[in-house]
Design a protein around this ligand. Sequence first.
Ligand SMILES: [Zn+2]
Length: 204
Amino acid sequence: MIDLADQVKSLVTIQEVAEHYGFHPNRAGYICCPFHHEKTASLKLYSGQRGFHCFGCGAGGSVIDFVMKVFDIPFRQAILRINADFALGLTWDKPDPAVRSAVLEARRREARRKAKLEQLEEKHRELAAEHCYWWEVLKYFSPTREEWEAGYIHPLYVEATKKQPYLEYLLDELEEEIAEVKADRGRKGSTAGKHSTGSPGQTA
Ligand SMILES: [Zn+2]
């Protein structure tokens, strides 16, 4: 029992649990506390196995405590619920090391995938902003007919005509990569079965 609780705590983070049940932390890692009435988020979700703490009402504890309190269920039931909802595959009587390492590996893989996706999306935002900038330059320094004829073309315009298509190319590549990383989750989701939220209409 205790062992199972430890396994649950080592396999899921409070962030994942909170998000799974509909609580979305702000950038600082706070959510609005479901255990007391408030308008500004004062419940901190900690990384690793440190669980949560509400600076408003003092509620705190592990992922299991969180689920117990949110659903008003006892300890054992909370463990079962997390085990089921996160497909941890833990068994009550004898923990199977093979299952456990498979679950751990799947979760590590998912964490890597998420990190990769975030990194790609950040890069995409940067490139899109740069693309936007050169697009403005292109419009702003676009030579008039007289300037063309006089041979006066602003150097920034020249640069923009080179940057623009290159950035477009990079954005295309990046979008493809993002789609691939996202599709990876789709595949995993469908093999996991129960939690699949419907396929995006692809015919196999
Ligand atoms: Zn609170």
